[in-house]
Design a protein around this ligand. Structure first.
Ligand code: PEP
Ligand code: MN
Length: 264
């Protein structure tokens, strides 16, 4: 990762807001749900719509995503709202389908970043494209594993990269679903100051009431963006119901957060 400046060109290419705001449901559930949320977010600070199509769940028996069908819904949402779209890819087949359906940004989930084999498979599948790839930290607090994933994509010629901090699993009893261990993303930022760093407060928190505080901490630490799970009916979401906020709450939150201006 020598020529680090190129890491952030994608933020400028899309003239994305500062901070970059990615919002949308944990999971795409139905076409109506995706479109309703996209329209509610359309005039907010969120410029990128997120929705998980393939949902890696820690244990089987829960909703595991609508699959490729959801890609069409994202295409329609993009057409109707002008938002960019992003979804999680976890293997070569997902990558091929996401490319076919013109998903703008791909993200690598925390359960994928832990596996160098699968990270390499995805990086190889993207070789020759200029896709933007955001890499979530591995579930465990292991900076070298996270760094290794960036290096694999970079070596495959994928240089439009970004990091998503979603916290780390722990056996300790904490107020968080995933412990933020802020020193790990800060160390990543120190090593690669030009690598855009995005905070996912939803998976750190696991609950709605501390999302705001986590976002403020991230912005105070100079993060470049936020990825916030957003649903019009959070309590009845098919996954991660406790941590999603409504688009209205997101809009209010963005007004209330103290955002450092580029010139500060
Ligand atoms: C998600 O973003 O919905 C998700 C599954 O996240 P993570 O990989 O961080 O657990
Ligand atoms: Mn989720």
């Amino acid at each position: 990762m020598e020529n680090k400046q190129e890491l952030r060109t994608w933020l400028d290419d899309f003239k994305l807001n500062h901070p970059l705001v990615i919002a949308g449901p944990c999971s795409a559930e139905t076409e109506d749900q995706v479109l309703k949320i996209a329209h509610e977010l359309k005039d907010s600070d969120a410029t990128v719509l997120r929705a998980g199509i393939w949902k890696p769940r820690t244990r089987p028996g829960n909703f595991e995503g609508v699959g490729a069908l959801g890609l069409k819904w994202l295409e329609t949402a993009k057409k109707e709202t002008g938002m960019l779209t992003t979804t999680e890819v976890a293997n070569k087949n997902h990558v091929e389908l996401a490319l076919k359906h013109d998903v703008d940004i791909l993200w690598i989930g925390a359960r994928t970043t832990v596996s160098p084999f699968i990270v390499q498979e995805i990086a190889d599948a993207l070789e020759g494209t200029d896709k933007i790839v955001l890499i979530k930290n591995p579930v465990n607090p292991d900076l070298p594993l996270w760094l290794g994933a960036f290096e694999r994509f970079y070596t495959a010629g994928i240089t439009k990269l970004g990091a998503i901090h979603r916290g780390f699993s722990t056996y300790e009893k904490t107020r968080y679903r995933n412990n933020p261990n802020w020193q790990i993303p800060i160390e990543l930022q120190n090593r690669y100051p030009d690598l855009p760093l995005i905070c996912d407060p939803s998976h750190i928190a696991g609950r709605r009431d501390i999302i705001f505080d986590i976002c403020q901490t991230a912005l105070d630490l100079n993060f470049d963006g936020l990825m916030v799970e957003t649903h019009y009916d959070p309590d009845n979401a098919w996954s991660d119901a406790k941590q999603q906020i409504t688009p209205t709450t997101l809009i209010q939150m963005m007004e209330d957060l103290k955002i450092r201006k580029e010139t500060d």
